[in-house]
Design a protein around this ligand. Structure first.
Ligand code: G6P
Length: 603
């Protein structure tokens, strides 16, 4: 995700900003920028796309002096990867310079209004509206203007701003996007990530939502008194947000991944969704009568869930395939086919090759992608970003949740273009908005899942079984366990057990059975009984309140109730945690498993 750093003190600010940005780059970024204020000259603002070294290259040989400045590294969300879209952003007069993390959901309305009032914009970002809003309300006091504008914006922000007309101060504010203040005897820092300021100070204040802080030479204030805390993390731990591994950090971010995917896109009163990236092809989509979902690895399992969703709720005949197969088949497509490519990185070679095949055939191509400006995002006709934030661990976790949430939204979008009833649209949309809270509940059972992993640590083979929407989740659970713990795991549809697989079941081959209380629950119970009859141990993922299942299985992990089509977004979380804890117990290199790569850009 994006990173903010700011400084006010007595030292030359530029090296401090660059050092801070370097510490934040582990989070993933695609451009960076700085602004330096100096009382005797105009502010110097320099931005560059790509690596931080590109920015440093542009700064080289320039005499840039000043003791006040802001820096930012950007991970594109609204607007492509361009220098104009990189932060800092400024107002019409170039008096106000601002850096921002988060998403301003109502930026289009605000931009239109400000445009009519004569403001000129120089980027495609949501962030820039903040600068123009501050310009509009500025009456000599920067914090007052910030206080005024946050009443008008909807969305999330961690921001820091400086102004030529109220110099010698940084004003910073937050809502659902972290901001910390670093406190030293004669200098203050602001950052979105402790890693950015740890080399200068360990005394910090965490800003809370809706708070505004003002940092001035020699003093600072917040609208509320706050105690100082001491950071105990090492630099490396700080990069992982205090978690021992990126994989765990990213699993813990799964609620956030769903929240970011759905933010500003649900229209509850109309029982539908707004997917801006599909606007240009909406009429073409209306005519689509068959769909193909193509992806690799974990993204392919998301595609499989999408297939169930599309057929049941959008009424569109759908097929799924892995990129490496699809590109060599002779798929039957026509002018009414929508081909949809799902990829976290947007750079997976097999998925891209399949996409190019479809383009050549003149088929409509859509992308569900996390990385803004990636090859997939550029080459598809249209698409939806999952906005999951950078995923560092090789094994994909939170990106999968972003993909599933996006597929559910796409189902509503396509369904409402067809025969989906308003009441059904409303139900799905309302349940989607509950998911972040429901997923947080599951994460609370992490210690319990760690205990279960310990109990099964010495087993070398595992079955994962599920049916209907949770069949792909059985495949994902098995893949995750293989990837990080190097144990043998197989995912199968519960109904297939009796077609050969049961031959392997005995007391040494435990089964993880995903059996929420849904339309195939009874069928799953029969499958579990087949395993138990052969002395197989069973861990069940069941719906909260189902006490009866305890009589049948060895261990139960509960998930909350939701709509059947959305259960994969809940049931997969314990499986991600289970794989993670198994890998910890086996002492593996969790974030970089042997023989695997995060983004497979070769065939
Ligand atoms: C690699 C990664 C997997 C990922 C797959 C597809 O194999 O290790 O975690 O699921 O690629 O990647 P994509 O970026 O296309 O989603």
């Amino acid at each position: 995700m994006c990173g903010i750093v700011g400084y006010i003190g007595q030292k030359n600010v530029l090296p401090i900003l660059i050092e801070g940005l370097r510490r934040e780059t582990y989070r993933g970024y695609d451009s960076a920028g700085v602004v330096v204020f100096n009382e005797k000259a105009d502010p110097v603002c320099v931005k560059a796309i790509g690596k931080l070294e590109n920015l440093e290259g542009k700064l080289n040989n320039r005499q840039i002096e000043g003791v006040l400045g802001l820096g930012h590294c950007r991970w594109a969300t609204t607007g492509g990867v361009t220098e104009a879209n990189a932060h800092p952003h400024w107002d019409c007069q170039r008096n106000i310079f601002l850096v921002h993390n988060g998403i301003i959901e109502n930026y289009k309305e605000l931009k239109e209004k400000l445009g009519k009032e004569g403001h000129r914009f120089s980027s495609e970002t949501d962030t820039e509206v903040l600068c123009h809003l501050i310009e509009k309300y500025f009456q000599g006091n920067l914090e007052e203007a910030v206080r005024r504008i946050i009443k008008e914006v909807r969305g999330t922000y961690g921001l820091a701003v400086i102004s030529k007309n109220d110099p010698q101060k940084i004003v910073t504010a937050r809502l659902s996007s972290p901001i910390i203040l670093g406190i030293n005897s004669n200098e203050f820092l602001v950052a979105s990530d402790p890693a950015a300021i740890l080399t200068r100070t360990r005394q910090v204040i965490n800003l809370d939502d809706n708070e505004i802080a003002v940092l001035k030479p020699g003093n600072f204030f917040i609208l509320k008194e706050k105690p100082l805390t001491q950071i105990e993390w090492t630099l490396e731990e700080a990069e992982r947000g205090g978690y021992p591994h990126f994989m765990l950090k990213e699993i813990m971010e799964e609620p956030e991944a769903i929240e970011n995917a759905i933010k500003g896109r649900l229209i509850p009163e109309e029982g539908t969704v707004k997917l801006g990236g599909l606007q240009s092809v909406s009429e073409r989509l209306r005519k689509v009568n068959n769909a193909i979902l193509v992806a690799c690895g974990t993204a392919h399992y998301a595609a499989m869930v999408g297939e169930y969703m599309f057929e049941e709720y959008a009424g569109i005949p759908t097929k799924t395939d892995i990129g490496s197969e699809f590109r060599y088949r002779k798929p039957i497509v026509n002018e009414k086919t929508a081909s949809i490519f799902i990829s976290q990185s947007g750079e997976t070679a097999d998925t891209l090759a399949a996409l190019r095949e479809m383009k050549e055939k003149g088929v409509l191509t859509l992308g569900i992608t996390n990385v803004v400006g990636s090859s997939q995002a550029r080459e598809t006709d249209a698409g939806v970003y999952t906005r999951s934030g950078p995923e560092i661990a090789v094994a994909s976790t939170k990106a999968f949740l972003g993909q599933l949430a996006t597929l559910a939204m796409l189902t509503v979008y396509l369904g409402r273009q067809r025969d989906m009833a308003l009441v059904m649209g409303k139900r799905i949309v309302s349940e989607l908005s509950n998911l972040p809270e429901l997923t947080k509940e599951i994460l609370k059972s992490a210690p319990e899942i760690a205990k279960i992993a310990k109990k099964y640590k010495d087993f070398e083979n595992f079955w994962f079984i599920g049916r209907k929407y949770n069949y792909p989740i059985a495949l994902e659970g098995a893949l995750k366990l293989k990837e990080v713990s190097y144990l043998h795991a197989e995912g199968i549809g519960g109904g297939e057990l009796k077609h050969g697989f049961l031959a392997l079941v005995d007391e040494d081959f435990p089964t993880i059975a995903i059996c929420p209380s849904d339309s195939v629950y009874d069928k799953m119970i029969s499958n579990i009984e087949e395993v138990k009859a052969r002395k197989g141990k069973v861990i069940a993922i069941a719906t909260k309140g189902n006490e009866k299942i305890k009589e049948l299985v060895d261990d139960v992990i509960y998930i909350p109730k939701t709509l059947e089509m959305l259960t994969p977004l809940l049931s997969v979380i314990p499986l991600h945690l289970f794989a993670y804890y198994m890998a910890v117990l086996h002492g593996h290199d969790i974030d970089k498993p042997r023989n695997l790569a995060k983004s497979v850009t070769v065939e």
